[in-house]
Design a protein around this ligand. Structure first.
Ligand SMILES: *[C@@H]1O[C@H](CO)[C@@H](O)[C@H](O)[C@H]1NC(C)=O
Ligand SMILES: *[C@@H]1O[C@H](CO)[C@@H](O)[C@H](O)[C@H]1NC(C)=O
Ligand SMILES: *[C@@H]1O[C@H](CO)[C@@H](O)[C@H](O)[C@H]1NC(C)=O
Length: 579
């Protein structure tokens, strides 16, 4: 299975190594303060997705001396540690996760100037949060904190947790204060065993508690289930929020290409609509406005053999890497192994660009990247370009960030989870990328916030500093799926003299397929293109039961500093000229 999810929704950088940076506010806390006209649509449509953003609380390891401690929504003191056992008598055995939850006091200390916003500090069982907020926004939170305390015994208050290793994700909920256990009967293999031994099991808290989460799950969970129901949920979500149409196409739903009719540099736009990756892609599409969620590129070698270059290929260890695979192997995987019901379109390069495409340079680049990790660092920055235009409501930077915490980002992410359960290369991506922008080194998130403030910048502004293609992160070069292809295009000469003023890391998948790089004369498309379909698409769909749509396909002439300042907001995704 392959992925190229960039980021879906960012809500708050609750991430930094082993330390949960908590903002005590929930976006929903400020909604009552907004005019009804604004707050109701938000509540009714998109809040559910937000309620599903889990926050990372830590990892439970096997030593009970330094058991993980944190605070939940209902239970104010929680502890977890791991115990290994061999009840299954299998090679690597299994484990029991012990959880102790109990209710404790909350201490809230407010300091500062109530006229112009206050600085507040919350000391909560050793977890210290710091931030600044306007008085008006603090007050409702105080009352909600009080309510939470008095509700702690109520049956409606249950803490809902997600437990994850890179190999499994499971969940449980607690509404009684006592010791609980979670069984892992048998580790899936050596890799999981070693991972849990060294790093522990990652624990995530659903901040909205049981009821909020259930309500949200009702909307969002089906997106991720590998069933017809799940697929329909993805289609419904994209129809509703992106106005996608998903028309049925006639059979055959699979078209085999002929190697002679395709060329190096031809682009593969892939859209997954089912299962885990389907759900992730759906959210990613919604955030970026792209109608495809993954990409790959064709390459021919000097003997004429066809290959596929793909960033975001999942290897046997479950890591997402950049890979170059023979076409037949890749195509067979897509047809037989990929359970996400991938829809695939081939976008052939325009003949003049095909002639210009320097295969030698493209191969050199592809080989230099082969085996490198998928680019988690830069993926988010490609769509956070402008301060207001990029966050889908209710995550709008103005609404959320300036509403209560101007410097503390309220931009969080389902990535929270991934950054902690993926291998190391994903874990530190935010901090490193932010350090790059500040031209600092090794600052953790709290230090980054302090430094940003020292310079008189807002955190939002820091986020919108464009990524540079020549930044190299500690894990070496890495790219997201589409950046890999566009960088190859750049090396192969397709951007011509503009190459130096184009930062391809700023491009989303949509930005790539809207470039006017592709065949514009339908009579020149291969004869198997859209075979059997009564609607002739301007590109060649080669797999999928629904007709793919790529609005704006092949229309945008590249220009210097393209896509460095573009807003993108659902459901219209208006793009300002020359952004
Ligand atoms: C668990 O028990 C089995 C059978 O006794 C043994 O082969 C295996 O090595 C044990 N595994 C561990 C991790 O101790
Ligand atoms: C396409 O290729 C696959 C795998 O090589 C093969 O199983 C299938 O029959 C081919 N389909 C057509 C329509 O030729
Ligand atoms: C193609 O790229 C190679 C390697 O970068 C370079 O040596 C060669 O001169 C390029 N060819 C053309 C026609 O630009």
């Amino acid at each position: 299975m392959k992925l190229c999810f960039s980021v879906f929704v960012i809500l708050c950088f609750t991430i930094s190594n082993g330390y949960a940076w908590k903002t005590p506010f929930h976006p929903i806390d400020v909604l009552p303060l907004l005019p009804k006209r604004v707050s109701w649509p938000i509540l009714n449509t998109l809040r559910s997705a937000v309620d599903l953003l889990p926050s990372f609380v830590g990892t439970a390891s096997s030593s009970s001396d330094d058991a993980l401690e944190w605070k939940g929504a209902c239970f104010y003191k929680n502890e977890a540690w791991m115990e290994f056992h061999n009840k299954s008598g299998s090679e690597f055995g299994g484990g029991t996760l012990h959880l102790k939850v109990w209710i404790a006091e909350v201490a809230l200390i407010l300091v500062g100037d109530f006229e112009f916003g206050i600085n507040w500090v919350i000391l909560n069982l050793g977890l210290i949060s710091y931030g600044r907020a306007a008085k008006a926004y603090v007050t409702p939170w105080i009352s909600s904190a009080n309510t939470e305390v008095s509700n702690a015994h109520s049956w409606t208050c249950m803490d809902l947790y997600i437990f994850a290793t890179p190999y499994r994700v499971t969940w449980d909920y607690y509404f009684l204060a006592r010791e609980h256990t979670l069984e892992f009967n048998e580790w899936e293999g050596k890799a999981e065993y070693e991972y849990v031994k060294n790093k522990g099991v990652s624990i995530f808290l659903m901040e909205s508690g049981m009821l909020g989460t259930l309500r949200a799950l009702w909307d969002v969970f089906p997106l991720f289930t590998n069933t017809g129901w799940g697929e329909n949920a993805n289609l419904a979500f994209l129809k509703k929020h992106m106005k996608a149409s998903f028309e049925q196409r006639p059979q055959p739903w699979v078209t085999n290409i002929t190697v002679d009719d395709v060329h190096s540099g031809d682009f593969l736009a892939i859209s997954k609509i089912r299962g885990r990756w389907g759900g992730f892609e759906t959210l990613e599409k919604w955030v970026t406005g792209a109608y495809a969620g993954h990409t790959a590129v064709l390459l021919k070698d000097t003997e004429g053999k066809l290959w596929v270059g793909e960033s975001g290929h999942e290897n046997e260890k479950g890591e997402d890497i950049i890979a170059i695979l023979p076409w037949d192997e890749w195509w067979t995987l897509e047809l037989t192994k990929d359970d996400s019901n991938p829809h695939i379109a081939l976008l052939p390069l325009r003949p003049d660009l095909r002639a210009k495409f320097n295969e030698t340079a493209a191969w050199e680049y592809a080989k230099s990247m082969n085996g490198k990790p998928y680019g988690y660092h830069n993926m988010i920055f490609s769509w956070i370009d402008t301060l207001d235009g990029n966050y889908p409501p209710p995550l709008d930077a103005n609404l959320v960030a300036s509403a209560y915490v101007s410097n503390l980002c309220e931009v969080a992410s389902v990535m929270t989870m991934w950054s902690h359960i993926q291998p190391d290369y994903a874990a530190n991506m935010w901090n490193e990328a932010l350090n790059r922008r500040l031209e600092t080194k090794d600052l953790d998130l709290p230090q980054i916030l302090v430094e940003t403030e020292k310079r008189g910048w807002s955190f939002d502004k820091l986020l919108t500093i464009p990524e540079r293609d020549d930044w190299i992160y500690s894990d070496g070069k890495s790219t997201s799926c589409v950046v890999f292809i566009l960088e190859m295009y750049k090396q192969a000469g397709l951007f011509g003299s503009l190459a130096d003023s184009i930062q391809v890391t700023e491009f989303t998948i949509k930005d790539a397929y809207t470039l006017n790089f592709f065949e514009n004369d339908e009579s020149r498309l291969p004869k198997w293109c859209n075979e059997g379909d009564d609607v002739k698409l301007p590109f060649c769909q080669i797999r999928g039961q629904y007709r793919m749509e790529l609005p704006g396909y092949n229309t945008m002439k590249p220009y210097s500093h393209m896509n460095e300042r573009c807003p993108s907001l659902p459901p219209e995704y208006h793009r300002s000229p020359n952004c």
